[in-house]
Design a protein. Structure first.
Length: 511
């Protein structure tokens, strides 16, 4: 048995292949958050309407989420390396189009194409890791590096954006993608082995249409809830998505070779791992939704400083991801995942203590614990997800894992964002002096940024009162929302620890 075990272990070529697979993931993760820093500059240049601006920000994530599972399954059929390199060309071309966009419509199109390219890249990277690293312990170490890049990139996005915008125009946040995609195209054919499902079966087009429709409707429903609050429109999107998902599931059960093997979800570790991925990203997104507003508007810091305040979140996520292999060798998966989410809940509790003066130690400590806990939990859940799937279905499993990320992000904004918005609006109306003009009071309840603009148009004394009330209401809303997030994540931690308390991931040869 010794010779086969050694033959399965990765050598230097495989670890260099991991570098080639990790760098584009880091870049795509940065792309999820880097644009937030460029919004003021591109708004001044392209003059998008409010609806166009929302689409510029959201369309990348919507298309990415809607196509991940489909592209993962497509990679299983046509070859994961082929799909990865095709995606690199598409992602690079879309980045160039976005950087040179001459109006809002072109930028929206370019961001949609970026989502399409990203959907081909992300499941390909994770499924190739699943097939390159056959030894379970080495695979877990490789996935921890992949997850560290993914988690760290989201936190680095605001910092990278702030640095670029201090020296270049807004399009530079997209041009940084080009050299990385060119490098991947140059080294990918030599470093990365081709892999595919040897018996994929026919491609079922109706299943693909139903799958895209279901995921897009659910993600868009959550995004609309985050933008408009919970009402008829978001509920209709979510209900429609659920109906289409049910039709998709029914069709998969009838097909002899389904597009997506729903039997994966019969595995309890697989199902809990997907749920935990959603909960972890849900937690991080909640913080990233409130923190830039808190640092820039309440504390009056620059956009770059707001990005730097998010660095502990990224550093914690990277560190949490990298310590997983050592912990997983000694402890059951449920305990490690539960510990990670418990740390994230503790981070939320610390962040809920922030006030209008901004205690850096609380912000940095809470952010580091939140990021570290999510990095710890989600890295191991990725290993459980891709390990539970047979090698031929690695692409589809990777797509499910990454769709859970995107769904968790949309849910975090929708659920925690709407909770915070409702608390903020009620506090502003309750605390504003009676002499405040009704139209100013009503406008101030919309967002903190709107309250800033309204205050600037009022007489100085009234403006200061409104601003002080709005800042206090926002901090209170943020605190109560973080407490809500802590409870939700703590429940997920308990569920993961209980359900997976006896489950251990394979330790592999040599460990």
């Amino acid at each position: 048995m010794t010779v086969p075990d050694r033959a399965r272990r990765a050598g230097p070529r495989q670890w260099w292949a991991l570098v080639a697979l990790t760098v584009p993931v880091l870049l795509m993760s940065i792309d999820l958050t880097v644009l937030s820093m460029a919004v003021p500059a591109l708004s001044a240049d392209l003059a998008p309407t409010a609806t166009q601006l929302l689409w510029i920000i959201d369309v990348y994530g919507v298309f990415l989420a809607g196509l991940l599972i489909l592209m993962g399954s497509l990679g299983d059929r046509i070859g994961r390396r082929r799909l990865l390199l095709t995606g690199a060309v598409a992602f690079g071309a879309a980045s160039l189009l976005a950087a040179l966009a001459w109006n809002a419509e072109v930028l929206i199109l370019a961001r949609a194409l970026l989502g399409l390219g990203g959907a081909t890249l992300m499941p390909s990277t994770l499924s190739l890791i699943r097939n390159i690293f056959e030894d379970p312990a080495q695979r877990r170490r490789a996935i921890s590096v992949w997850a560290a890049a993914f988690a760290g990139g989201a936190g680095l996005g605001p910092v990278v954006g702030g640095l670029l915008l201090e020296h270049f125009w807004w399009g530079s946040v997209f041009l940084i993608n080009l050299p990385v995609m060119a490098l991947l195209l140059a080294v990918g054919p030599f470093l990365l082995p081709e892999s595919r499902d040897p018996r994929p079966g026919p491609f079922d087009l109706p299943s693909a249409v139903l799958l895209i429709g279901a995921v897009l409707a659910v993600v868009f429903g959550f995004k609309e809830a985050g933008r408009l609050g919970w009402g008829l429109v978001p509920a209709a999107w979510l209900a429609g998505g659920a109906v289409v998902a049910a039709l998709f599931a029914a069709r998969q059960r009838r097909l002899p070779q389904p597009l997506l093997d729903l039997a994966l979800f019969r595995s309890l570790p697989f199902g809990v791992a997907v749920f935990t991925n959603i909960a972890g990203v849900f937690a991080m997104t909640g913080m990233l939704y409130f923190f830039p507003q808190y640092v820039q508007i309440v504390l009056g810091r620059s956009a770059l400083e707001a990005g730097l305040w998010a660095l502990p979140l990224a550093a914690g996520a990277v560190l949490g991801s990298l310590v997983v292999p050592a912990l997983a060798r000694r402890l059951p998966a449920g305990l490690v995942i539960g510990l990670g989410l418990a740390l994230a809940a503790t981070g939320y509790l610390l962040l809920s203590l922030l006030d209008a003066t901004g205690t850096a130690a609380l912000a940095f400590g809470g952010g580091a614990l939140l990021g570290g806990g999510v990095g710890l939990a989600n890295t191991l859940t990725n290993d459980v997800i891709v390990g539970a799937a047979p090698p031929g279905r690695a692409g589809a499993a990777a797509g499910i894992s990454e769709t859970a990320y995107e769904l968790g992000g949309a849910m975090g904004t929708a659920v925690l964002g709407s909770v915070g918005a409702q608390i903020y609006a009620s506090r502003v109306l309750a605390d504003l002096p009676d002499r405040t003009p009704p139209e100013a009071a009503e406008a101030a309840t919309q967002t903190l940024a709107t309250a800033e603009r309204v205050a600037a148009a009022l007489p100085p004394a009234q403006g200061r009162e409104l601003l002080s009330t709005a800042h206090g209401a926002f901090v209170d809303a943020m605190s109560q929302t973080f407490l809500t997030g802590a409870v939700i994540v703590a429940v997920a931690a308990a569920a993961a620890a209980l359900v997976l308390r006896k489950h251990r991931v394979a330790v592999g040869a040599g460990h």
